[in-house]
Design a protein around this ligand. Structure first.
Ligand code: PLP
Ligand code: MN
Length: 368
């Protein structure tokens, strides 16, 4: 049976395979800590990118305080692996999910949640009341700072806080306002300007809630494109970057190369196709996400990639014929890291071409 092991060389891996250059990944983690550690914020990386408790532990060992997950089902996996300080950043709605939350919270009381509606908050409070669990769950108000995805409108945050204060099983601890629409704003100055405006909404709302007597200890926000601006905004206590650890071409085009591409998809040229200026590789839509444009072949500036259906892709060039005969191996840089990782079962983490570790994508498919 095909069974890659630590110590094997990358040359022996079958393709397509998701590979991580450990030197570059460790440098990305180091650079994030260098950037944010001196500032007065906690770093709570978002595990929606890596979907891996092993990587979560590496981030915590490097200085992160806990982690974020997007979904409850991801929290179940991470908590079972010993990551107790977890924030679930998506709203928990519906009886099935609320019941799962109660079971998770019973075993792992460190889990924190966000709410953006009276209905959502009340349902969780009622279920906790019926569960017999005494301890209240820590709750953050999710605030819409301009992304318009989730989050209560700023003008309605006080009313939601007042509602939560009537619920005995919920303890309001803070506020989350994620400015996802600003992560990929091109140009540092423009991104900073728009981010500071979003942060003014977030910290202004936190101040208002405090003035009204609410104990807002946590103000959490930020991604790879904005974390440094959020972290230098007085009143922000925590940032949630995720993609920095691997990066992708969409992020690099927007924010530059402070963080480098540490993850690529190793693929193989399997056919010469019909043209002199084209070969076909074994990586298509099931291997590389396309929502943010197409992937790029690494170190081949004159070569472009176009997916050719589920299983295949073209590499094409106009001039400067690359040295990629049938059987050649090509590393592809994903355009959007999170959905690409979610297409693969394992990371093959290597140093200078020798596999050191193999990590399962443990929360792959955990979309609930
Ligand atoms: N926080 C929240 C709530 C998010 O949804 C995301 C990403 O979508 C992040 C943080 C991390 O952002 P990034 O991967 O861009 O660093
Ligand atoms: Mn993403």
């Amino acid at each position: 049976m095909y069974d890659p092991k630590p110590g094997d060389r990358l040359d022996s891996l079958d393709t397509p395979s998701m590979i991580v250059d450990l030197d570059i990944m460790e440098e990305n983690i180091h650079k994030l800590m260098l950037l944010l550690k001196p500032l007065a914020v906690n770093i709570r990386p978002h595990l929606k990118t890596t979907k891996s408790p092993i990587l979560a532990k590496k981030l915590i060992a490097a200085g992160a305080k806990g982690a974020c997950v997007a979904k409850l089902s991801e929290a179940e996996v991470m908590a079972a692996e010993g990551i107790e300080d977890l924030l679930i950043t998506c709203e928990i709605i519906g009886p099935a999910k609320v019941a799962r939350l109660i079971e998770l919270f019973r075993k792992h009381p460190g889990v924190q949640i966000v709410v953006d509606s009276d209905i959502g908050a009340t349902a969780i409070d009622t279920a906790l009341g019926e569960s017999g669990i005494q301890e209240p769950i820590q709750v953050l108000i999710d605030l819409d700072v301009g992304l318009h995805r989730t989050g209560v409108a700023p003008g309605l945050a006080l009313a939601l806080a007042q509602h939560i204060s009537t619920l005995g099983h919920l303890k309001l601890r803070g506020i989350q306002g994620y400015e996802g629409h600003l992560q990929h704003v091109h140009g540092r100055e423009e991104r900073e300007k728009e981010c500071r405006a979003a942060m003014a909404i977030l910290t202004g709302t936190a101040t208002l809630l405090r003035e009204k007597g609410f104990n807002i200890q946590v103000v959490t926000t930020g991604g790879t494109g904005t974390a440094e601006f959020c972290a230098t905004t007085p009143g922000v206590t925590e940032v949630q970057p995720g993609s920095f650890i691997f990066m992708d071409s969409d992020y690099r085009n927007a924010v530059g190369s402070y963080f480098s591409h540490s993850l690529t998809i190793l693929s193989t040229v399997i056919s010469k196709s019909t043209s002199e200026r084209r070969v076909t590789i074994d990586a298509g839509l099931k291997t590389l996400s396309t929502d943010s444009g197409f992937a790029e072949p690494k170190d081949m500036p004159d070569v472009t990639y176009t997916p050719m259906g589920d299983e295949h892709g073209w590499l094409e060039w106009k001039e400067n014929k690359p040295d990629i005969p049938i059987g050649a191996r090509v590393e592809m840089i994903p355009s959007h890291i999170d959905p690409t990782v979610n297409l693969h079962d394992f990371y093959y983490a290597h140093r200078k071409g020798v596999i050191e570790e193999i990590w399962p994508v443990a929360t792959r498919g955990r979309v609930q």
